[in-house]
Design a protein around this ligand. Structure first.
Ligand SMILES: [Fe+2]
Ligand SMILES: [Fe+2]
Length: 263
């Protein structure tokens, strides 16, 4: 719930120290609160995605706006990792260790990209942003299985698809540091999606569900908008997507190609 950026970063580090010094409390809490609005600073102003201006990378402002949108994702990612840690109270200890590591990495990503943004003459909060990531996190707070399917395995997994083309664009405008940062992000995000995959499968096993059928059902019933390619299959395989899931994504990607060709 902390809304101050510096303090939030400090508190995430503190959690890690508590873990290492065994000060972490594993006794399940009696009341777990829903969090419609997680702690974030007053700016950026949140607007519907359709109200975000589309800018090219040709101007300094467009470049900074792209880096800002990544900073916003990384900031939200800190909140969503912490929410996974807080909300689902009856998971094995390894689950908490995994999500604490994710929270630490997201905090590190945020700091790195925020500093880069600063070198481009802007700060986190200078551009508008949308709240899609948090809304999905909030809507999936009733079930760790639904959460794992939709937040790491759908939203963060989308990051695996879009990062390489983004790196290409930044390379084209000579933003070497930006490319370097995205490379680190991509490497770590494969790990975050893998964490989601592992715990999603674990929860399916516990409940005797077929993980493939369950994943497809959850995506179809909860995901707003279209699941669309092109997908980064290599990274998704590394993040634990099964052969069956990859084939399903390939059929979706092909569906879009076919539709584009007939219209
Ligand atoms: Fe991240
Ligand atoms: Fe992540």
């Amino acid at each position: 719930m902390e809304s101050d950026l510096e303090r939030k970063i400090f508190l995430v580090d503190k959690l890690q120290q508590d873990w290492e010094s065994s000060d972490f409390d594993f006794i399940p809490m009696e009341v777990v609160h829903r969090v419609p609005d997680a702690g974030r600073p007053e700016s950026p102003e949140l607007v519907p995605p359709k109200d975000l201006p589309r800018r090219g990378l040709g101007t300094r402002e467009g470049h900074a706006a792209l880096i800002h949108s990544i900073a916003h994702i990384e900031f939200n990612a800190v909140n969503l990792a912490l929410d996974a840690l807080y909300r689902f109270q009856n998971m094995p200890k390894a689950y908490y260790q995994d999500w604490l590591r994710v929270a630490m990495e997201e905090s590190y990503h945020f700091q790195m990209i925020r500093e880069h943004l600063y070198h481009l003459g802007s700060e986190y909060g200078d551009f508008k942003a949308h709240n899609g990531l948090w809304l999905t996190t909030y809507e999936t707070d009733h079930s760790p299985r639904v959460r794992m399917a939709l937040v790491p395995r759908t939203l963060e997994a989308r990051g695996l698809d879009v990062t390489p083309p983004m790196m290409k664009k930044l390379r084209a405008i000579g933003d070497k540091r930006g490319v370097e940062i995205l490379k680190i992000l991509l490497r770590d995000e494969i790990g975050h999606v893998e964490v989601g995959t592992r715990w999603f499968r674990y929860l399916c096993r516990e409940e005797g569900l077929n993980p493939f059928d369950e994943f497809v059902t959850i995506v179809q019933s909860y995901f707003h908008g279209d699941l669309r390619g092109p997908f980064n299959f290599e990274a998704r395989v590394e993040a634990g997507f099964s052969e069956e899931e990859i084939q399903w994504l390939k059929s979706i990607e092909q569906g879009f190609v076919d539709r584009a060709e007939t219209t």
